[in-house]
Design a protein around this ligand. Sequence first.
Ligand SMILES: [Ca+2]
Length: 722
Amino acid sequence: MPLEIPFTVPKVPKVFQIADTSFVDDATSANIAYNDKYVIVYDFSKVDIDGAIAEFKELLKDLGATGLHTEVRSGQQNQLLVFIQPPRELLGNTVHHSRVMDWLYGITRQHPGGTKNTIAAGAFEAEDLLSTFHLVTWRKELGGAGISPEFGKWENVLSVFPLHNPRLNRDLLVHMSKRLFLSSTDLDWIRNLWGSKVAFYFAFIQSYFLSLAFPCVAGIFAWAFLPKYSLTFALIIGAWCTVFLEYWKIREVDLSIRWNVRGVSKLKSNRPQFQWEKEVIDAAGRVRHYFPRWKRIARQLYVVPFLIISTLFLSLVIGGIFALETFINDGYDGPYDYYLEYCPTIFLAILLPFINSYLEGIAARLTDYENHRTQDHYDMALTQKVFVLQSISNYLPIFLTGFVYVPFGDVIIPKLRASILTYIGQKPDPNFTFYVDPDRLRNEVITLTVTGQVSSAIEELALPYLKSNTKEWWRSYRNTHTFSGRKKNKWRRGDDPSEARFLGRVRKQAALPSYDVQEDISEMVLQFGYLALFSPVWPLIPIGFFINNWFELRADIIKICAEHQRPDPRRDDGIGPWVASLEALTWLGSLTTAAIVHLYGFEYTWGVGKWWSLPLTIFLSEHIFLGFRSGVRWALETIGSQHIRKERAEMYAERKRYLDEMEASAAKKGHLDVVERERRKSVRMTAADVFWTRQVEEGASLHAGVGLIKAIKGGEIMKKMI
Ligand SMILES: [Ca+2]
């Protein structure tokens, strides 16, 4: 008789009833805890059976040696899913240990207390999950199982990922859709679920979105009352960029104190690919893996020729296509001109992704070679390179339009036309005159920003949805048509009915790509760049961004829930070097907006005089910007962060408490009460030397010693932190 499972349909809003990867669709697995589950996808399609068995044994042995419980189920085709759960004691102890480490490195101020056997419960899901992640992926010396997906010995481990918590995902989505603006408490939800690294992205987009309200209002004002390419508007936006950035830096510190992650980047473990030259034991007795800094810097220098060549190459391609497009649009009236008009753009749209992915491949190899110690440093180094490449392909067409096509078009286009016509064997018309379309710069900016937002939405939401659905359809089609009735399918059919739906969800998640928060941040930084660099061209750009970002934030949550594996709950204390990218864009903006206002702001009277005085305008603008920035920095630092002030007060209170305790114990010794005096007297009478009888109780000496060490060491760390 088949097993009967009591099944009641939960009350779920209609929109979530689709049986997808991440929302509750299954009452039987509603009570699963997700704070301690990881899944390893082991793929044995590339090894023979003996090899696969040996490898798998090794995998389970390593996991078992770490103390992890494992359950194995079948995955897609040649895959095994290894479910991992640390026993309560192990997990609790790892959580406690990592809290002690946080205290040791000065990330948190208070020692969590307890002993080496203390079992602590994570304060939120991501804290438990992070410890599970460490148990699975950290090197054996650090107490982990050392599983590094797709690398070295674990080449056939496709991925290691935590399971989505469908209930919390749904709660988060429902909660976010009800909130117009997100407070720090709302951001806590994201931190609790996915860790602070991901939460910082959402904190950033939220702060950026809110602060965009100002340029929106200013933009409407400029559009209604100010002249085109207005100097006033350029200044307002430049000031806004500066104030926003300085504000964000303070907000980052605030949140990192709120989330107990300030300075957490010091505590990162090595990535498995990192190759060190020697092991060094530092003054504190810690083993450090040493790779000379000068070598890394020397290796990083390869980026310079790479970026120069890529820039030249991209300029050549984009510039060439741009010239061809302009020629066909404005200067060509031969056969098929109607169809030819769209060819260059379509050609570029097809070609550019290939070029970009090729260049990004080289960037990845360069970053591998740089040999970064932590995964975070590696991700950062790679993303920064990709960001530069993306900036070039995004902003270059506008630069070409603004500083080449409009000012020099009437000279260049007729020459270009003549030479192309001669080349294809037609006779150029000598009386041809070309009129530059002065609105082309504005149109270009509007087109690029609008299509940028739309295409990124399609790329992020629609494409992955279609892709994963098509894959899923193909798999089930193949399973039902090709292998029906064969042995191969038996295991899938053999799923325990009570687990079947849960396993189905896990299999879907195993097939999804992992989530990279850097891509989302880079998208926002790129958007900020349009505003910083080209604001005076079209003052209404911020309105589009404002609306887009409200949806973007929520869409990105849906994207993580439905189209990616749950992110590893890594920690970070901010958005890292992206702040430097934003600063660079703001500085560059002080140059480009000055140039745009100078060249376009006074009714397009192009002439030698205009070009001659351009460097002066740029120089002036940059210096005004630098002065303004240091003023804002000074002002905001004086006002300071609310949390930093609170932290200082707390640190003082804590030191004061130590002092009070010490004084109290000193006072106690001086004024012994009657009973105590009597007791001591009796001890004195029976013992030869009272000094040696004070800590006679078992463990008392140890307790006292530990207390002292804590008080002194604690004090030292306090001092260091000030
Ligand atoms: Ca996004």
